[in-house]
Design a protein around this ligand. Structure first.
Ligand code: PLP
Length: 421
């Protein structure tokens, strides 16, 4: 049997976002394999504590993906049929799919120049059915959380809120559930993501800044009267079949009896994943983020001088990205031109990507009645966007090659189209 060799098949290609797998990661995984405990256990619990200390939130539960983390929180909050959840039109499908899974309606709003949901549009979308707002920190750049948190605590907005679950009654307002899939380590007004909204959910998928192969974390930061530790304990049960003891607890001498207190879900993180996460987190600020920042700033330095380029916002007086994506835009270019540019970049053995195909352009959401013409900024940003490779092992030579390949491709396509015009 021929085993597909990724490196062999892509030997000349600059990849888009391979994970950083070095000896430290391999040793941590092997040590966990040899420890005799590979599913949720001491490593996962330690990873949760370290994440809480890192983000400065109140308690953290690790899960098997951001998608399951987002859905678990919608269900915990009692979101269901007849409810509305406000999300950006410009996001990955996971943000919207989880709302659909719960039987609720995703309400899409347009974005601003930073690719994030526009606060004014959020306010206009609020109705008596709104239960949750899910801001997405696109590419790792945090949303304006003071503005968003401010909206849901306004008296007129609180008056619209109609609670229909115990947790909704306790909160007494719309929940801010941040889709922070891209933004671990990003800062806003001196605080880290995870501590900026009521609840934030991180992704540790293989392409993310901080990976556990697959995985995610629910960062709890609920206001009083919630007891975040009690919510954490409840979610441990809810994400493990509704079983009142986890596998490790059941293994203890004579502790085999268990009960199922409700029909829960199954989306716990394994200790194998947490072992990777612990290594990644320990060197995240001092190494990974710095390297990503260097790559993104180098791209900006180069592309700022190109008249056709719009460089992404990575840092302002109040916020700094986690440098997850480098979302370059090509000024005034059409979707067709952008696609042609991408093809010419690939032809030069450089991998690029587009984040994202907006929800209203996807078959399922089109069939739900969403129309891209209602989201003009989303469409404009999408049609001009090309995400460039950002990963730890990207060399200076590769970085220069990416800049050269993009420039050549843009100049070829734009001059071709000028002639055609
Ligand atoms: C904005 C956004 N939200 C949610 C997710 C889902 O993350 P996961 O793959 O960990 O479920 C992704 C994945 O890329 C994403 O980009």
């Amino acid at each position: 049997m021929k085993i597909l060799n990724f490196e062999e098949n892509n030997c000349f290609m600059i990849p888009f976002a391979p994970p950083r797998i070095d000896q430290e990661i391999i040793d941590a995984v092997v040590a966990t394999l040899k420890s005799g405990w590979i599913t949720t256990g001491p490593k996962t619990k330690l990873f949760e504590q370290k994440l809480t200390a890192y983000c400065g939130n109140k308690a953290t539960l690790c899960v098997n993906s951001a998608t399951s983390g987002l859905e678990i929180i919608l269900r915990w909050f009692g979101v269901g049929e007849g409810d509305e959840v406000i999300i950006p039109a410009y996001t990955y499908s996971a943000t919207a799919n989880v709302v659909v899974h719960c039987g609720a309606k995703p309400v899409l709003v347009d974005i601003g120049d930073d690719f994030n949901m526009n606060a004014l549009n959020i306010k206009k979308a609020i109705t008596t059915k709104t239960k949750v707002i899910m801001p997405v920190d696109f590419g790792g750049f945090p949303c304006d959380y003071d503005l968003i948190n401010g909206i849901v605590t306004e008296t007129s907005v609180k008056k619209l809120f109609q609670p229909n679950s115990t947790n909704q009654q306790l909160l007494g307002r719309i929940l801010i559930l941040s889709d922070a899939a891209h933004s671990i380590g990003a800062t806003y007004k001196g605080r880290k993501t995870g501590a900026l909204a009521d609840i934030s959910v991180f992704s540790f998928h293989a392409v993310k800044n901080l990976t556990t192969a697959e995985g995610g974390a629910i960062a709890l930061n609920l206001p009083e009267p919630f007891d975040n530790i009690e919510v954490y304990k409840y979610l441990c049960i809810y994400t493990l079949h509704g079983q009142n003891k986890d596998a490790l607890a059941k293994m203890q001498k004579g502790n085999w009896k268990y009960d199922i207190i409700e029909a829960g879900y199954k989306c716990n993180m394994t200790d194998l994943s947490a072992a990777i996460g612990l290594v990644e987190l320990a060197r995240y600020d001092s190494d990974m983020i710095l390297k990503r920042k260097y790559i993104c700033e180098s791209y900006s330095e180069f592309f700022s001088s190109q008249k056709w380029a719009i460089v992404p916002q990575l840092k302002t007086d109040t916020a700094e990205s986690s440098y997850h994506l480098y979302a370059l835009r090509i000024k005034n270019c059409t979707e067709t031109q952008r696609d042609a540019i991408i093809q010419k970049i690939f032809d030069q053995n450089v991998s690029v990507n587009v984040h994202f195909i907006p929800l209203p352009l996807l078959t399922f959401y089109k069939n739900c009645g969403f129309n891209i013409s209602d989201y003009p900024k989303t469409y404009e940003m999408f049609s001009q966007e090309i995400s460039l490779p950002v990963f730890y092992d990207l060399t200076n030579e590769q970085l220069a090659k990416v800049c050269e390949a993009v420039t050549l491709a843009v100049e070829e396509v734009l001059s071709i189209s000028e002639k055609e015009i």
